[in-house]
Design a protein around this ligand. Sequence first.
Ligand SMILES: [Zn+2]
Length: 206
Amino acid sequence: MRCLTQKMNRDNAARDCAESKASNLNLIKEISETIATEIDMDKQNWFFLNGYVAHIKNDERLSYPACPNENCRRKVVEDSNGFRCENCQKTHPAYNPTYMATVRISDFTDSIYVSFLRDQGTAILGKTAQEMETFRQTQDPDTVQEYFDSLMFKKINLMVKGKYETYQNEPKMKFVAMKTFPRSVAAENKSLLERLDIYSTLEAVQ
Ligand SMILES: [Zn+2]
């Protein structure tokens, strides 16, 4: 029983710690409210949220063919000689698949659409844009869709930048993922299993 008490105390300490951390987080509903009250076209807004993946669009706009020049990364257009970058005025033999994924992120209050560009796309999709392109080209659509389905409800900590853009003459805040921190699902599951273990032991005693 002493062992059980110790375990409970440890769980409580972990929960308290998580709660104090959570006070730094923005709920998505709060973000929506901020957007509604102050419209400043020049301001960059930073949000930090704890959410999960509610939807990732599995379509051709997931990534784009980018110029392999790291300082350019503009979209290239295929021609008879390779892939033409108008910005560099150069035709490259290959292009660099680059993410521009649109992901709906939810928490228990609301949801927002966030753009996951470049490496942030890799963080959320679990494959580089090159790997994803090969995967989509070589696997049947059902297998690809299954992979996308497996990403649903993936929990993440996310740092998001919000900035107003004019969309159809209306100011609309556009969100871009700046950093993705994986949430420790393993640790959360372990603590849940430990708790279930305790309950089943208690039931057995009764
Ligand atoms: Zn270029």
